[in-house]
Design a protein around this ligand. Structure first.
Ligand code: NAD
Length: 246
């Protein structure tokens, strides 16, 4: 098991990619704190982990509220004695207005990195994984949806890659690695509004000819969380079926 005995906080763990990461990390031996804006879904995932013999609890947290992010990190330390891995994953859909996208997707990741770094500095080590997107690498133009993805989403995801590099420099002297993932189109509730009218176009436009499953992104997160990526920091890892290779 790659994460035996490690403790991990995963935000947005109630569905989609965050849920897949939580389940995989638990299967690899990690103790989980699942954070998100709703109790019900995170509780259900925690129960699923415990049913499989793992250890998990949950906390209500809005990533756009710094005090709540700080409290979630403190709760993980309180529950497990230390915090080895933070996955800043929770986010809102690409078509939300500017202010909301920046508040949740960008400020939320900033708060997560800031407070995780403080805890991890005291422990002299840790891993932070931020959820960016191919929308952090390129602009995205969609047929039939005016303007493609929202400007706020694109700016936030580009910003996450910058934050990842900056925090990586701060963390490196303390043995803390900070990386981010850039998934392409992943079949989760987040893209429902785009998928409904554009499924065939998305598939045709992706070189591998299909959407990703959340578990495929979770496996990349496991790579970043484990010692398999021990020499990686400050890096965006693209998992996009070739979307940005076009
Ligand atoms: N699905 C894709 O195609 C895709 C592609 C690239 C990046 N991403 C990113 O992956 C991450 C997870 O998205 P997903 O596709 O699994 O979608 P999802 O809708 O299944 O999951 C999003 C999660 O974020 C949580 N969330 C929403 N608002 C929040 C807030 N204010 N504070 C904390 N958590 C909040 C939700 O409760 C949910 O659990 C997001 O950051 C998203 O931008 C998704």
């Amino acid at each position: 098991m790659k994460l035996q005995g490690k403790s991990a906080l995963v935000t947005g763990a109630g569905s989609g990619i965050g849920k897949a990461i939580a389940l995989l990390f638990a299967a690899e031996g990690a103790k989980l704190l699942l954070a998100g804006p709703t109790q019900e879904r995170e509780r259900a995932v925690a129960r699923q982990i415990e049913d499989r013999g793992g250890l998990a609890s949950f906390i209500v947290m809005d990533a756009s509220v710094e005090a709540q992010v700080q409290a979630a990190i403190a709760a993980a330390v309180e529950a497990y004695g230390r915090l080895d891995i933070v996955v800043n994953n929770g986010g809102v859909a690409g078509l939300v207005p500017w202010d909301r996208a920046i508040a949740v997707d960008l400020s939320g990741v900033y708060y997560g990195c800031l407070h995780a770094l403080q805890v991890m500095r005291q422990q002299s080590g840790g891993v932070i994984i931020n959820m960016a997107s191919t929308a952090g690498l390129v602009g995205t133009k969609l047929p039939e949806i005016t303007g493609g993805l929202g400007y706020g989403y694109t700016a936030a995801k580009h910003g996450i890659i910058g934050l990842t590099r900056q925090f990586a420099l701060d963390g490196a002297p303390h043995g803390i690695r900070v990386n981010c993932l850039c998934p392409g189109w992943v079949d989760t509730p987040l893209i429902e509004v785009v998928k409904r009218p554009l499924h065939d176009w998305l598939v045709k436009s992706t070189p591998l000819g299909r959407l990703a499953q959340p578990e495929e992104i979770a496996r990349a997160a496991l790579f970043l969380a484990s010692d398999d990526s021990s020499y990686m920091t400050g890096a965006p890892l693209t998992v996009d079926g070739g979307w940005t290779a076009r």
